[in-house]
Design a protein around this ligand. Structure first.
Ligand code: SAH
Length: 400
């Protein structure tokens, strides 16, 4: 068996059940494990620590499959992990056709993301969409796809492994049909009573921001009779939720014309009054300032920008960008107004994010109250041993 032996005292994080081993913690590798091959991980004194996948090209050299010495890594292992993940979702996630079935490390399948979209209409195909982001899950792709089909009964599996992170694993970016029929041109799914188009082939990530479900519902519940501004709206997730919730009007901004086109189709698919919604194909930073200068004011604002800090080096610049939009966002609110503000940058933790918002509030000269801390839904669990899994953090703020 290929074996990875750690340097003295480097076993500590694995004993705390953190699922990664960095290259610099490894003393020696016995055997010639191929990319994605299963290795035994041992402490310097030879003690068993884990069975894991080997990533020869990545600084994250080893990702743990199991801390159980008796558990073989085979087809049955992947079947069990997939079934366990699904059983958890079945009891916890309701009122939606869009569910994250597998959330990487938290589901014991490091580097794997799987979303399931159930189509509303019988003539559209339901679809599983996967992202394979590490050598281990790449090597077991066939077993994982078979387990997903078996557990869900959905025969259509599409791959969206067009993510730059694969380069670090020495893997090419890939998209395409893994099983069943190619995705329907139009897939409409429902979430909390709202219909959304999902473009699994060309949309962001797997096509839809499944992670914001609970937050969209909260917007739906708080939107009644409010003037709403949704910045970085993509296909209109929060905008549709606000319209459903009875918003007086919803102004949405995004710099992607394609996303806005789908957003407008979403308005029609729900039979909402198109007059209540306006869509600005524009840069959010400049548009926020222009709206302020024009004297526009809102009762509820959503700021859900793309990841401004892809890694640690970008934190300072990203912090300034977050501050910029939050400052203008706060100034655009009427007294008592609500701001839903998010960061999906893993490199910016919730403490830093709150400091950035506090600094924006100080510059805006308003008292800002945190009503609620926000995050991804229960289908994006966070392992206590793996805080790196927390990427989406948000605050529901109210100005006095
Ligand atoms: N809130 C969305 C997801 C946002 S993803 C939802 O819940 O579905 C981030 C979006 O920001 C993308 O649609 C992207 O096109 C847009 N974007 C990126 N930079 C932008 C900019 N400078 N101005 C406006 N939109 C931008």
């Amino acid at each position: 068996m290929n074996t990875v032996t750690l340097k003295p005292s480097k076993e500590k994080s694995l004993l705390r059940r953190h699922p990664w081993v960095y290259a610099n913690a490894i003393d020696r590798v016995d055997g010639h494990p191929a990319a994605g091959a299963t290795v035994l991980v041992r402490a310097h004194d030879g003690r068993f620590l884990a069975r894991a996948a080997y990533s020869p090209h990545s600084q994250i050299r080893v990702r743990v499959w199991s801390f159980d010495e008796t558990e073989p890594i085979d087809h049955a292992f992947f079947k069990r992990r997939v079934q366990r993940a699904l059983a958890h979702r079945r009891t916890m996630v309701r009122d939606t056709g869009a569910v994250r079935l597998i959330f990487g490390e938290a589901d014991g399948l490091p580097g794997l993301i799987v979303d399931h979209y159930v189509a509303d209409d019988a003539d559209q195909r339901s679809q599983i969409v996967c992202q394979f982001m590490a050598a281990g899950v790449e090597a077991w792709k066939d077993a994982i796809v078979a387990a997903l089909i078996g557990a869900t009964g959905c025969p259509n599996v599409y791959e969206r492994s067009d993510v730059s992170i694969r380069q670090k694993e020495g893997l090419e970016q890939m998209t395409g049909v893994l099983a069943g029929e190619p995705p329907s041109d139009v897939l409409i799914t429902s979430e909390n009573g709202v219909r959304y188009h999902v473009d699994v082939r060309n949309g962001h990530k797997t096509g839809f921001y499944v992670d914001q479900r609970d937050n969209r519902l909260l917007v739906q519940q708080l939107a009644q009779d409010r003037d709403v501004l949704n910045c970085f709206c993509y296909t209109g997730g929060f905008s549709l939720a606000a319209l459903k919730g009875g918003a007086r009007r919803v102004v949405s901004i995004d710099s992607s014309g394609e996303a806005l086109a789908l957003a407008q189709q979403n308005v029609a698919a729900n039979g909402f009054d198109a007059e209540r919604a306006s869509w600005l194909d524009a840069d959010a930073f400049r548009t926020l300032r222009r709206l302020y200068d024009d004297g526009e004011r809102f009762d509820l604002i959503v700021l859900d920008p793309p990841k401004f800090a892809p890694s640690r080096e970008h934190v300072d610049r990203a912090s300034r960008a977050y501050k910029d939009i939050n400052l203008t966002g706060l100034k655009l609110l009427r007294p008592g107004g609500l701001l839903f503000t998010y960061s999906c940058s893993g490199a910016i933790d919730s403490e830093l994010f709150q400091k950035i918002v506090a600094s924006a509030a100080a510059d805006a000269r308003v008292d800002v109250r945190i009503l609620k801390r926000l995050g991804a839904g229960v289908d994006h669990p966070l392992l206590t041993a793996f805080p790196e899994g927390e990427y989406l953090k948000g605050l529901l703020l109210q100005i006095a």
